[in-house]
Design a protein around this ligand. Structure first.
Ligand code: SF4
Length: 274
């Protein structure tokens, strides 16, 4: 990570900088600085969120860590063999991601979880530099409209180039060299925005296979756990609820793209959805 992709002391957004200063005064043990991206240095999949949550990433200093949103996200990544553990506790827990990197469209905590358009534009320089540096990225999973649009702009495209929709998939041109196109399946795009396909591919890689029985047992247990978490979630604040919906998208996308598991669950649970 270079100073072009991330600056830990950035104060380019005056409103956010002063909000962080007030927040750390009230919560001296909180991170309260720009939150660095986290994960594999050469990922195939880049997950882009909105911004740090007050008591999550803003507290711990790691994206999607410390609040409800991260519970579902990291559990889903672990179930797919992309994370060394199902939970992300803090920056010293030793967690490692495999082939995945997580970042935010806006690196600093915004009041009420709502960055201003000017702040999204200002911080886009870091996302653009990150995308330019991470040549290995084949898929970008955007968690929400702000992340989706920020990814388009950071890729040099207009926001109107692709419309956000849950599990929608769009080609991101220019993410690989022409020669690479020739070697790969002619139907594979250079890269996709909303990268559920990458999750599916990754599960199929050697070393990440599980027996069908074990996978189904784990899936059923995870569904039960997700239901319990959602019940708790209903009691959370509006801010946490917004973030939780974004993370739930990851779990839903992952499930939807594992047809053999979906079929089995359909047989045994009458097609129950998460
Ligand atoms: S949101 Fe981004 S550009 Fe704005 S102060 Fe934070 S790191 Fe800097």
């Amino acid at each position: 990570m270079t100073s072009a992709t991330f600056c830990p002391d950035c104060t380019l957004c005056p409103r956010l900088a002063s909000f962080l200063a007030r927040t750390v005064h009230e919560n001296p043990d909180y991170h309260c600085k720009p939150v660095a991206p986290f994960g594999d240095a050469s990922p195939k999949l880049l997950i882009v969120g909105l911004a740090p949550g007050m008591h999550g990433a803003n507290r711990t200093g790691r994206p999607f860590t410390g609040d409800y949103a991260g519970i579902l996200l990291y559990d889903s990544l672990h179930a797919l063999g992309l994370s060394s553990a199902p939970t992300s506790v803090d920056r010293s827990d030793g967690l490692q991601l495999r082939g995945v990197r997580i970042t935010n469209a806006v690196k600093c905590l915004p009041p009420e979880n709502k960055p201003l358009p000017a702040e999204i534009r200002t911080c886009n320089q870091y996302l653009a530099a990150e995308l330019a540096e991470l040549k290995s990225v084949k898929s970008v999973l955007a968690l929400g409209t702000v992340a989706h649009d920020a990814t388009l702009v950071a890729s040099g495209l207009r926001r109107s180039a692709a419309k956000f929709g849950h599990a929608n998939e769009h080609e991101l041109p220019g993410r690989c060299e022409p020669d690479e196109h020739k070697r790969e399946d002619a139907h594979d795009p250079a890269a996709v925005l909303v990268g559920d396909r990458a999750l599916q591919h990754r599960v199929g890689e050697p070393g990440h296979e599980r027996s069908e029985e074990a996978r189904c047992e784990r899936s059923d247990e995870r569904v039960r756990r997700l239901k319990r978490q959602r019940e708790e979630h209903d009691r959370e604040s509006v801010e946490d609820r917004r973030a939780g919906v974004e993370a739930a998208d990851v779990a839903r996308v992952a499930e939807a793209h594992q047809p053999e598991r979906a079929d089995k669950r359909s047989d045994t649970h009458g097609g129950e959805q998460q």
